[in-house]
Design a protein around this ligand. Structure first.
Ligand code: LMR
Length: 399
């Protein structure tokens, strides 16, 4: 049977990491997958995480299965980090958080759950979006459509076009939004746009689903959650996929959560049962280690401030690299003003480079980036930023 299979292309993001590893060029730079690297180009184990792991090793009582919906302490801290402990939906018991294997796992649980309640819905996503978004929802059986998002000239959100398109999304459809640090563009919605979205989705009967994978990488933990908390206050129903891969640097531990807000306590309870069934039939129950780390850091009065400091450090380093990159591009004579990179938030930036220019950067300079022109700014370091800026400038000047 397997002989009949047609070959599929490598994944546009994780496939780059594979190609990068094979590249023998000593100057190679990986600006592909969204992974934070420190000044030395290493993926750090945070000190707060290391300490939590040391404690776990000492205190862990066993490795029995976790409950289907995950570790209770983790579910609570994940919910509170997202919404804040004081949010009225928590008091009203309208919210359920289940543990998920990473943000992607949370999206897939959301997708399989939505097939039960809205099998005919179209899932609307931004053009452009993370390339795995359409794949996850199509794999779950959904139709996918795109709304305009980016002004291609100015590389900022075209809010007027977006809101206009939003007005035409039919009742019962699903609207996928990025909570902050839009992937791939780094261009975020303004607070005013979030307000309008919150009003419109209620009026139109559209279900919002927020992918929130970068909390703390934009402005700070609270500011980054502004839009999603606003939605939570205003809409009757909401789904949010969160990830701890980036803000805890726990990529390989696959730790994330799906939060569901329902119209009332009874429907939240019933929906919780369905989420558990979706999980049980997919992978039974989640892995424990990452969730234990997050629960232990967020629930500890010493580790939590340490983690917040480390998170701020990652955010600041990325900001610093944005500035350094813009300066170096200018100094290298890039025939374009790149100061828009300073307005973009989080790990990613849309450079405006064409797929052909991206290919040229890989072939001539061993600089790897997604063909959409997205770069992972967190892959730039004081050591490689000059090299990358000169290569980009030279490619823009025609090679
Ligand atoms: C990215 O967009 O690079 C990350 O979210 C990693 C991934 O899974 O694609």
């Amino acid at each position: 049977m397997f002989e009949t299979l047609k070959a599929v292309p490598p994944d546009p993001i994780l496939g780059l990491t594979e190609a990068f590893k094979r590249d023998p060029n000593p100057r190679k730079v990986n600006l592909g997958a969204g992974i934070y690297k420190d000044e030395q180009g290493r993926v750090p184990v945070l000190a707060s995480v290391r300490e939590a792991e040391t404690r776990l090793l000492r205190e862990e009582e066993g490795k029995a299965y976790l409950p289907i919906d995950g570790l209770p302490q983790f579910r609570e801290v994940a919910r509170d980090l997202l919404l804040s402990r004081e949010h009225p939906v928590i008091r009203d018991e309208r919210v359920v958080t289940v543990q998920a294997p990473g943000g992607t796992g949370a999206l897939r649980i959301a997708a399989d759950f939505l097939r039960r309640v809205a099998p005919e819905a179209t899932v609307w996503m931004s053009d452009p979006t993370w390339p795995n978004h359409p794949n996850v929802f199509r794999a779950a059986g959904f139709r996918v459509a795109f709304y305009p998002y980016l002004d291609p000239q100015r590389l900022v959100v075209d809010e007027a076009r977006f809101l206009d398109a939003l007005a035409r999304i039919p009742a019962g459809d699903v609207l996928l939004l990025h909570g902050c640090c839009h992937n791939p563009t780094g261009a975020d919605l303004s607070p005013e746009a979030w307000e309008v979205i919150a009003e419109r989705v209620v009026q139109q009967g559209v279900l919002p689903l927020v992918d929130f994978a970068y909390q703390g990488f934009g402005d700070d933990l609270v500011q980054d959650a502004w839009g999603v908390r606003r939605l939570a206050s205003q809409v009757p129903e909401l789904l949010v996929a969160t990830s701890f891969s980036k803000n805890f640097s726990l990529y390989s531990e696959r730790v994330g959560a799906l939060t569901l807000i329902a119209r009332d306590k009874t429907s939240a309870h019933v929906a919780h049962g369905h989420l558990k069934q979706v999980i049980r039939t997919n992978y039974s129950n989640p892995p424990a280690h990452g969730a234990r780390i997050v629960a232990s850091v967020l629930g500890d009065s010493q580790l939590r401030p340490l983690w917040e400091e480390e998170l701020a450090g990652m955010r600041e380093r990325i900001r610093g690299m944005r500035e350094a990159f813009v300066d170096r591009l200018h100094a290298a004579g890039a025939p374009r003003d790149f100061s828009f990179l300073l307005q973009q938030k989080g790990m990613f930036s849309y450079t405006g480079l064409t797929p052909e220019q991206v290919d040229m950067l890989r072939e001539r300079y061993a600089i790897y980036m997604v063909r959409s022109g997205r770069i992972n700014v967190a892959g730039l370091t004081p050591k490689n930023v000059e090299y990358v800026a000169q290569a980009v400038a030279s490619v823009l000047q025609g090679g």
